[in-house]
Design a protein around this ligand. Sequence first.
Ligand code: M6R
Length: 359
Amino acid sequence: EKGMYPFYMLKEIDEQPAVLRRLAQTYVTEDGQTTIDDALLTHMSQSDRIYVVACGTSYNAGWATKHAIETMTGIPVELHVSSEVGYRLPMLSKHPFFIFLTQSGETADSRQVLVKVNELNLPALTITNVAGSTLSREATYTLLLHAGPEIAVASTKAYTAQVTLMNLLGKALGMKLDRQEARDFDIVHELGLAANAMDTIINEKEVIDQAMAQLLETTRNAFYIGRGADYYVAMEAALKLKEISYIQTEGFAAGELKHGTIALIEEGTPVFGLITDTLTGPHTRGNLKEVESRGANTFVIASEALAKESDQLVMANVHEFLTPLVTVVPTQLIAYYASLHRGYDVDKPRNLAKAVTVE
Ligand code: M6R
């Protein structure tokens, strides 16, 4: 039940720190051992490439964890949109391992790929929030997101649960492969810090509420920009905003703006900049300057280490593998309040269903 909440989406945003803590407890024992099935880890440790297949927000969650998994395991990770590989599988390595990311476990586009993968007798893992769902039943292995039911069409806690669980899997697999990069990542401790950072943002949601009343009440379009991890969150942030506020939004690799998209920036165009990546953050700042000089209204979401006084929202620093968990929260709230201020049914956007069971 949504209780005192006006919409499920807000409740589900609020639940995210608890979901992170629950996942850490479920998948790591008191003495730091993983509870992930050893048969799965053995199977994955023998693969030479991981193919992550998903749609929408789940696809974005895959991107947000590619770098962490590759670093911890040394195994390359490829991302594929289900509907693009349903008819023609991508070129496969000698020992491919498939991961299906799907909150509902019922997405027809993803299932179509799994059917093909099964026909080829290739191993697959479904990561889903719904025990006993179709993709869970039909894959070799399943890991559950333990996020609790997600009712709002706009996915929030399933995304953060997917990012968390992919990191837990990467850590366990990296340990199995005896990799220093995995040993160095104290995941339970780091997830605790990320959950605390989320809590802080959630407790200060009024700031976002007020800012969006101004910035997004009437605009027709908006942009999110970032580089590296911040680019992957920009893609998710844009999907969330367009999905429930109907504002046409693009998530962009900040460096790509100058190759065409900057032509769309006009007086008053809202541009959100995400700055948490130490390596690339300063360059995104440069891109924000460029759009400001063309009249854009910028809104900067930065981590403490990279923040400037003029930034609108500053977040606690967290481990580089986990920044998407924290950065995504203000963008979910931005979407929520934009939809609310425009007077829409936040939980039930037009033309969309919670589980997309058609091709
Ligand atoms: O259940 P799934 O994770 O397979 O669903 C995939 C997409 O349909 C879903 O993430 C969709 O993009 C959300 N409505 C986004 O908020």
